[in-house]
Ligand binder design. Structure first.
Ligand SMILES: Cc1cc2nc3c(=O)[nH]c(=O)nc-3n(C[C@H](O)[C@H](O)[C@H](O)COP(=O)(O)OP(=O)(O)OC[C@H]3O[C@@H](n4cnc5c(N)ncnc54)[C@H](O)[C@@H]3O)c2cc1C
Length: 365
């Protein structure tokens, strides 16, 4: 276990904002995790679990507490049968290395989540997802340190209450209670490997196969009707992501800055009447304050783009030209600039469409 003092949060997070953290501890085993929390308790300081900081934003005043960096390593195939395969990875592994590990063995179920920045331990926290897959579809259980009982526990899929960017790890009374040390996924859902795919993925595959793309971009182009391998899908996803999303090593961002807007059936009707494209999301666990299910979704990136904000820079924060949901920190002088840009984007979208955009990345406070 390595303890460092006064480390800039800007160096630990991909948005590259934030002053010093009082302590940063790198943990390499579940035993280290227990010791790191005991260290914080002894000093009477708050804690914050951190992976690679790709979904986390620091404040200028820093954090007078202990940041616990997940550096626990290991990946293994646990059990393979005709029905499926269980694969385990420790929290400190890079998520995309884990996807590559599974795709190399042609296990299917996470290939569409190739290229999502971050570590394995953070992946279940906001139920990461992309191109039609999310981790709730494959997760079997997580191993975690329970900061309340001070014991290692196993939490099964149902206990995690996973919805769109929400789980018990980030929402409700148990948010922040569990420190994830490993995850186990169950793979091999080969249905996911048959077309149709997400429009942009299918367009990429069609181009690779020499097909002419339809003039209407929202129409699905024809592709070979066969089962694709997880590796083929992985390569397509990496190519599509690389063409429109910023590389965190080169441009500072936290990925999607706002969540998509989830709606009730009545609100979905109203959105359609405004000419917006509404996606059905049956089985979403999200509910509004009145308890009504939110089974419909409008793409927030589309709303921002339609407000004419793509490519615009507000207070040093640039709205990504190709994926308007992503804010890039070109030259923000601090958190205040980010806050101003966020407020302006929210106001513009609210005035035009009436929706309140909710921030996706978490903040270290
Ligand atoms: C360019 C870019 C593209 C992105 N694209 C996508 C995408 O397609 N889909 C998607 O879902 N996300 C996407 N993201 C967001 C991000 O990649 C994910 O949220 C990812 O899971 C963050 O991993 P991390 O290790 O960096 O998490 P961090 O930012 O370090 O942490 C995220 C949250 O998890 C908690 N946490 C971290 N480690 C642990 C642990 N061991 N135990 C308990 N809690 C922990 C933190 O406290 C925090 O609340 C993107 C981000 C970027 C920068």
């Amino acid at each position: 276990m390595k303890i460092r003092e006064n480390i800039p949060i800007s160096e630990l997070t991909t948005m590259r904002l934030g002053g010093n953290a009082r302590y940063v501890i790198e943990v390499e085993s579940p035993k280290d995790v227990a010791e790191a929390f005991a260290f914080a308790e002894e000093k009477n300081l708050p804690t914050f679990a951190l992976g690679s900081g790709a979904n986390t934003i620091g404040h200028d005043e820093g954090f007078n507490g202990v940041i616990i960096l997940d550096r626990i390593k290991g990946m293994e195939v646990l059990d393979e049968s005709e029905d499926g395969v269980f694969v385990r990875a420790c929290g400190g592994e890079v998520w995309d290395d884990f996807v590559a590990f599974c795709c190399e063995r042609e296990y299917s179920g996470i290939e569409a989540m190739s290229g999502i920045p971050g570590l394995v331990g953070s992946a279940p926290v906001q139920n990461i997802g992309a191109y039609g897959q999310d981790i709730s579809q494959v997760i079997d259980h997580v191993e975690a340190y329970d900061t309340k009982t001070k014991e290692m526990v196993i939490l099964g899929r149902d206990e995690m209450k996973m919805g769109y960017r929400t789980t018990i790890f980030n929402t409700g009374e148990d948010a922040g209670r569990y420190y994830i040390t490993a995850i186990t996924v169950e793979l091999e859902n080969r249905e996911m490997l048959k077309p149709p795919f997400y429009t942009s993925l299918q367009a990429y595959l069609a181009e690779q196969q020499g097909a002419t793309l339809p003039a209407n971009h929202s129409e699905l182009p024809e592709i070979e009707d066969r089962e694709y391998t997880p590796s083929e899908i992985r390569q397509a996803v990496l190519a599509v992501r690389g063409s429109k999303l910023p590389d965190p090593a080169k441009e500072a961002s936290a990925g999607s800055f706002f969540k998509n807007v989830y709606l009730t059936e009545a609100e979905a009707e109203a959105a359609r009447a405004k000419g917006l494209k509404v996606y059905e999301k049956p089985g979403s666990v999200l509910k509004n304050a009145a308890g009504e299910p939110l089974n419909f979704m409008v793409n927030s990136g589309f709303l921002i783009q339609e407000c004419g904000l793509s490519g615009k820079t507000l207070h040093g924060m640039r709205v990504n030209e190709k994926a308007a949901l992503v804010l890039i920190n070109d030259s923000a002088k601090g958190y205040e600039d980010l806050a101003k840009a966020r407020a302006e984007i929210r106001q513009i979208v609210k005035e035009k469409y009436g929706y309140d955009l909710e921030q996706e990345p978490v903040e270290i406070i």
